[in-house]
Design a protein around this ligand. Structure first.
Ligand SMILES: [Zn+2]
Ligand SMILES: [Zn+2]
Length: 443
């Protein structure tokens, strides 16, 4: 606490007994805040991050590294976890489990082929940008593209052939392709055969893939790959699947915060304060633990009506709740007559739907606001229009959010953002020294 205490004393000394600050004092305060948060000095010291010692960004950085956990004090709320578990169970029963399995079109590829295409490309899937059917069709047109020997020899050619060389971070993609091909060559097996090397234990294979440095397979992409192989039935009779966590990301964190399964003592801080992303990593880890807790309760209460692993909660919570339900996508319109307003699911609407309903002809309407559908009586309009609900058979449709009675006042909480450590717009390009001025990011 010393660093922050010193900083506070500094500010206190400036204001002294005065009620308001003079311009000269205010100037000193601004300088102090900037120095404390965003400047460093010779001898400030280093911290080990991403495999290298890196200079502390500022005194606040030092404070934040040591104290972010006790300041935020993120806790898992078991009661909320049980409510969420019950809600997920109800969805499971109503959908016969379908709500938790997203099966994508595998274009008739055999198990071995699905595994090969996915294993060699899942590490390239930044932000879910790759479409499996596209890749499958490239495999069908020339399967040698996905041969690990060729990839190892010419990783750039592979990146080009699968059509991602125009996407961002090309150098990184090429090195990921080469490293993962090298991993396979080392093991002397096919992607499909990998599971046998690890006694058909998914969690052991997971450790091995994550342990392959520089292949682009972090927790999230590894879990996504393994989950797909199990859900698509590529690998059967395996163990350790229940050790795989929910793929932590903004949407699952958002839903965790809003349902209250995780709670922090203060609202999450802005990414501008989260130097080197300690808050993000902490919340990310707590999020995975909380969804695991939800799963444990669900499994204990309804053992025969439960998904096989916490990672299978992901599809519904991320794609359905996070991306389609839990956002302000219900729009408020006002009629050109200014006599009435109404809610509508599409922001592109131009018609007064009230006048139309009453047979008063086609009047125009303009958009004057937007709300979360779960906070509004007419929320069903947005839910029924969502991609997920439209895909359900008539008797299975839902017209409200399954978590609507759980969220309460947490409904507007926002997930954390993070500024990366490396890269052109990362923390390590934002350094400056005290009294040199400048520093920060140009984005
Ligand atoms: Zn009208
Ligand atoms: Zn809600």
């Amino acid at each position: 606490m010393e660093k922050l205490s010193n900083f506070c004393s500094e500010i206190k000394a400036v204001i002294g007994e005065n009620e308001t600050l003079s311009v000269a004092d205010a100037r000193n305060v601004v300088k102090s805040i900037n120095d404390f948060l965003y400047t460093n000095y010779p001898g400030i010291g280093n911290t080990l991050e991403l495999g290298e010692y890196r200079e502390y960004f500022s005194d606040f950085h030092k404070f934040w590294e040591t104290h972010h956990k006790e300041i935020l004090d993120c806790k898992i709320d078991d009661e909320k976890c049980e409510l969420v578990a019950d809600a997920l169970h109800a969805i499971y029963v109503k959908s016969n489990g379908d709500a938790f399995t997203e099966l994508y079109d595998t274009c008739g590829l055999k198990k071995q082929e699905i595994c090969r295409v996915r294993f060699l490309t899942a590490n390239q899937d930044f932000r879910g940008s790759l479409n499996f059917s596209n890749l499958a069709n490239k495999y069908i047109s020339d399967s040698s593209i996905f041969d690990e020997k060729y990839i190892y020899e010419d990783p750039e050619g592979f990146v080009h052939d699968i059509g991602i060389s125009s996407l961002s971070q090309n150098d990184k993609r090429i090195s990921y392709a080469k490293t993962i091909a090298g991993f396979l060559l080392d093991k002397g097996t096919t992607p499909y055969g990998l599971i046998n090397i690890y006694n058909r234990d998914i969690s052991l294979l997971r450790e091995a893939i994550i342990g392959c440095d520089g292949a682009g397979y972090g927790n999230k992409k590894t879990d996504m790959f393994l989950r797909d192989m199990v859900v698509l039935g590529v690998w059967e009779n395996i163990s350790g699947f229940d050790k795989i966590d929910v793929a932590s990301d903004l949407n699952t964190i958002k839903v965790a915060l809003r349902t209250g399964i995780i709670k922090t003592e203060i609202p999450l801080v802005s990414s501008f304060l989260d130097i080197f992303c300690y808050q993000y990593s902490y919340i990310d880890a707590m999020n995975a633990l909380a969804w695991r807790r939800v799963w444990e309760i669900w499994k204990r209460k309804y053992p025969s009506e439960c998904v096989e692993s916490p990672c299978l909660i992901d599809y519904f919570v991320y794609k359905v709740i996070g991306k389609q339900f839990c956002k302000d996508n219900l729009y408020l319109f006002e009629c050109e007559t200014k006599e009435h307003t109404f809610y509508w699911h599409s922001h592109q609407n131009k018609t007064c739907q009230v006048c139309r309903e009453k047979g008063l002809g086609r009047k125009t309407a303009s958009r004057i606001g937007r709300v979360m559908p779960c906070s509004c009586k007419e929320g069903y309009k947005a839910f029924l229009a969502s991609e997920y609900v439209r895909s359900l058979p008539e008797d299975k449709k839902i017209s409200e959010c399954p978590f609507k009675d759980i969220c309460g006042e947490n409904r507007n909480l926002q997930p954390p953002k993070s500024i990366s450590i490396l890269g052109q717009t990362g923390w390590t390009s934002a350094y400056t020294k005290k009294n040199e001025g400048g520093g920060g990011l140009m984005a």
